[in-house]
Design a protein around this ligand. Structure first.
Ligand code: C5P
Length: 229
């Protein structure tokens, strides 16, 4: 199967919309591969911090991005993935708010986006790929078979994140989360290269009042409708 013949489902949108959970569920349902593109930017942010690389130095970041030793290992029977950087498990380490913020800084650097393009496209392997990110439908896989763009009000997204972090025993305030989301949204949608935005042919799903099951059903219906066409 040539690359172009391998179907891609692009699921984009800001953080806190349930993108990751939905994407994993869809990948499991169809037995497709899964790309968590945000994890790549998070891993690069972490590696840069650890290596003392300036988060604005495009050339140094691009060299680092190309040399990163990254491994994604699905956890058998679960919709989770263990993530390794240079053979060290960093699954939890890359999920902190600081790491998200560093990811969004390095993600705004054009050399970084160029350096990570091939790595992302290499995930397109038969029988198919579910790609989760900000620019999956616009830049990385513009020929995706289905493009979904998930949204939700900022308050609801902050609330979801708050519950998630409190559930993990991590102390945060809703107010701080709201401010961080606002800053990250502004940076992600305001950057010059590959800004976060729906592709012209994306289906926009507002998840503010929907639970995971309802969003999953909607994506299932969209995919089924695509296959019947
Ligand atoms: O999705 P996640 O919150 O893990 O992404 C972390 C950051 O990585 C985002 O805030 C965004 O700046 C960046 N990102 C991106 N393009 C993607 C995926 C993530 O710029 N395709």
């Amino acid at each position: 199967m040539s690359d172009a013949a391998v179907p891609v489902i692009a699921i984009d949108g800001p953080s806190g919309t349930g993108k990751g959970t939905i994407s994993r569920r869809v990948a499991l349902w169809l037995n497709f591969h899964f790309l968590d593109s945000g994890a790549l930017y998070r891993l690069l942010g972490l590696a840069a911090r650890r290596g003392g690389v300036d988060l604005g130095d495009g050339q140094a970041l691009a060299v680092l991005a190309r040399s990163l030793d990254i491994r994604f290992e699905p956890v058998p029977g679960q919709d989770e993935t263990s993530i390794f950087l240079n053979n060290e498990e960093v699954t939890d380490a890359i999920r902190t708010e600081n790491c998200g913020s560093d990811a969004s800084l390095v993600a705004a650097v054009p050399e970084v986006r160029a350096a990570l393009l091939d790595r992302q496209r290499a995930f397109r392997v038969a029988p198919g790929l579910v790609a989760d990110g900000r620019d999956m439908g616009t830049v990385v896989f513009p020929d995706a078979a289905l493009k979904v763009y998930l949204t939700a009000s900022r308050e609801e997204r902050a609330n979801r994140r708050y519950k998630q972090l409190i559930g993990k025993g991590i102390g945060v305030t809703l107010d701080r989360l709201l401010k961080e989301l606002e800053a990250r949204d502004a940076r992600d949608s305001g950057r010059a290269v590959a800004p976060m935005k729906p592709a012209a042919d994306a289906v926009i799903v507002d998840t503010t009042t929907l639970n995971v099951e309802q969003v999953f059903s909607k994506v299932q219906a969209l995919w089924n409708a695509h296959c019947e066409r």
